[in-house]
Design a protein around this ligand. Structure first.
Ligand code: ATP
Ligand code: ATP
Ligand code: MG
Ligand code: MG
Ligand code: MG
Ligand code: MG
Ligand code: MG
Length: 258
């Protein structure tokens, strides 16, 4: 407490404020989820329940932190974009990062049994986290393009890999060998000619990841009685599995980069 002879130790806590007026992007990633997914019998290449649970935890985070305007998820990771004017926790780096990361983790654990009713949570999931600040919209756009391009590359690889194993009878080592050094055109051809799969017909959730958007409420929504009583609720969160590399997504939602 202030005033005691011990209080000086507080001065050793150094400021870790993130540059004001910049975009903060917070990315979480499951720790050791390759193993975690095996231990909990995730379907390969894509376990839909696991992705939905990630989406659930991310939307809980967005419900709690209104300065997050956009989130993008794939596999065991989620990225959150804060509006650049955010003053959350006076932009203290550790405070924001640890609070968001632990909230995400506790939501993941709390909702586990809803998504995996017959699989006991048999180890403790954890997530690492980092915050990157970007000075302009160009880097923010490129950041999300980078993550979605990664989703595409990984999913094409994994879809082909698991087709070779599950339907083609290859061992995982053989499938690795088959795919070593192949370009994406070759993977499309393997999927189509050997397994009759047109990659473009694979679910959009798997090919494009999950996009959570904070949408401002329209006038119509604001007239809703419930909203009148809670005048602070000016937004809603929507989920999409759409392209975020092209301009279209962003020009339709100029508020995301304001
Ligand atoms: P690290 O701790 O370094 O992040 P990791 O084992 O979590 O290690 P990642 O590169 O993050 O490695 O990859 C996550 C792995 O989790 C994927 O390769 C995949 O095996 C598995 N995984 C995550 N989500 C799913 C899912 N929805 N369906 C199937 N497998 C998944
Ligand atoms: P912040 O988010 O800034 O940490 P806070 O509300 O968590 O805000 P703290 O200064 O961390 O504030 O204080 C934690 C508070 O939690 C205590 O003041 C007390 O009211 C409550 N609390 C924590 N542990 C216990 C406990 N074991 N029994 C009763 N109350 C507790
Ligand atoms: Mg305390
Ligand atoms: Mg990692
Ligand atoms: Mg991981
Ligand atoms: Mg990962
Ligand atoms: Mg506290």
């Amino acid at each position: 407490m202030a005033g005691t002879k011990y209080a000086y130790v507080k001065k050793f806590e150094l400021a870790d404020v993130l540059l004001p007026g910049t975009f903060m992007v917070l990315r979480l990633d499951g720790h050791g989820f390759h193993r975690f997914s095996q231990d909990h019998d995730f379907a390969k290449p894509n376990d839909e329940r696991a992705l939905q649970l990630m989406d659930r935890a991310a939307s809980d985070v967005m419900a709690e932190f209104k300065d997050i305007v956009l989130a993008f998820g794939e596999s065991d990771e989620y990225s959150f974009l804060f509006k650049k004017s955010s003053t959350l926790y006076n932009r203290r780096h550790a405070k924001i990062l640890t609070t968001v990361t632990s909230l995400f983790t506790s939501s993941y654990v709390m909702h586990w049994s809803e998504y995996f009713p017959s699989t006991r949570l048999s180890s403790l999931p954890s997530f690492d986290g980092r915050i990157i600040i970007y000075p302009s919209t160009r880097e923010v756009r490129d950041y999300f393009s980078w993550r979605q391009a990664d989703t595409h590359i990984n999913n094409l690889y994994n879809t082909t890999f698991w087709a070779l194993v599950q339907q083609g009878g290859q061992t995982t080592a053989q499938a690795h060998e088959t795919l070593r050094g192949t370009v994406s055109k070759t993977k499309h051809e393997i999927l189509f000619s050997q397994f009759g799969v047109n990659y473009n017909d694979v679910a959009e959730r798997y090919r494009k990841g999950s996009v959570l958007v904070r949408e401002p409420l329209t006038m119509e929504d604001e007239e809703d009685e419930r909203k009148k009583q809670k005048p602070k609720l000016y937004s809603t969160i929507t989920m999409h599995h759409c392209d975020i590399i092209e301009d279209r997504f962003w020009t339709a939602r100029p508020h995301l980069l304001e």
